[in-house]
Write a new protein. Structure first.
Length: 338
């Protein structure tokens, strides 16, 4: 392991954050609510209230508020939701050279690597004085390269100290054990980040169908009508009938009819069908149509199955860069022979 590199995971039990948008007099900004992990079961009971000393609201409302256009511009939200593990790496770079980083903790799959250039409130000499470019390449589950270059006609330095950067690796250290519907929902947020609203909406429809079918099958198994008859019902019942079975203990018949017509059909499935059958193009779908479909899917899943609620929350295990910086790193940078 390079002496100019530090790596570590945030301590999961010390606290995680639910990322959501908070309305303020100055507008909207990303704001966290800290909840210790693993999540206590009580928070997923109906009506559970979040209290952070400033305001209070239900956990369901906070979760629904996560899914908005602002969140889709935030790498932390997207990749926290689309992965299960996050590794933090601090590297002191020499600009103009390629830094090969071997992961101390290998990943089965790396989904994304974010970059942060900050002094984290520490007195780092000449921090921010030398403009430079940085990118990552040759990404595998065991390593990646950091490639750097100077900006033209700008001051330069051979020291590593002004160029201490943090890289956050998102991915899966083990196999992705999320259910299929959850993977489709993750893919929907990734496509939306690229403003591919129509493709993202199609994946929301896939997620909803997968969730409804899997939940319906589980309900049938509990009733135990026999494997053959259960398979017959699963193959012949429509989405509306399955929706009634999933929600009949929580909502009145008329409420489910309204929900299915105005939300599931109106916001998701009808639009999906129009795209699939060529009545409209996927490029014609707007960001608001996507957001409405996403919120519809998230709320439906939340209301249908308490055991699935934790899968709707992006978890960000926060770590400041200064938690990885130590005196030896500073000394090694200062004493390096140029």
């Amino acid at each position: 392991m390079s002496k100019f590199c530090r790596q570590g995971f945030a301590k999961r039990k010390s606290g995680a954050v639910i990322i959501h948008s908070s309305s303020t007099p100055m507008g909207c900004s990303m704001a966290p609510d800290y909840i210790s992990t693993p999540f206590p079961k009580k928070i997923f009971e109906d009506g559970y209230i979040l209290k952070n000393g400033v305001y209070q609201r239900s956990l369901k409302d906070a979760v629904l508020d996560i899914y908005n256009l602002q969140s889709l511009k935030n790498d932390v939200f997207i990749w926290s939701f689309a992965s299960t593990d996050q590794l933090f790496i601090l590297a002191a770079l020499r600009i103009g050279e390629t830094f090969h980083l071997k992961l101390r903790y290998p990943f089965k799959k790396v989904s994304h690597i974010s970059k942060t250039y900050s002094n984290w409130g520490m007195p780092i000499p000449d921090y921010g004085q030398y403009p430079f470019h940085v990118t990552v390449d040759n990404i595998t589950g065991k390593s990646f390269d950091v490639i750097t270059s100077w900006k033209a006609k700008k001051p330069r330095s051979q020291s590593r100290l002004p160029f201490i950067m943090c890289f956050q690796v998102f991915g899966f250290r083990k196999s992705n054990k999320h259910p299929l519907w959850r993977r489709f929902l993750s893919d929907a947020t990734i496509f939306a980040q690229k403003s591919e609203w129509g493709i993202a909406l199609l994946h929301i429809a896939f997620a909803l169908e997968s969730f409804i079918d899997s939940q319906f099958s589980q309900k049938l198994k509990k009733i135990d009508l026999g494997t053959g008859f259960n398979r017959y019902l699963a193959n012949t019942r429509g989405k509306k009938e399955k929706t009634h079975l999933l929600l009949h203990q929580s909502f009145a018949f008329s409420k489910i009819e309204e929900l299915f017509k105005n939300k599931l059909l109106g916001e998701v499935f009808s639009i999906r069908n129009d795209i699939a059958h060529g009545k409209i193009t996927h490029d014609s779908i707007t960001s608001m149509q996507y957001i409405n479909a996403l919120k519809t899917a998230v709320e439906f899943i939340w209301d249908s199955d308490k055991k699935s609620r934790h899968l709707l929350i992006p978890i960000w295990h926060h770590m400041d860069g200064n938690q990885l910086i130590d005196d030896k790193l500073f000394n090694d940078c200062q004493n390096e022979k140029l």
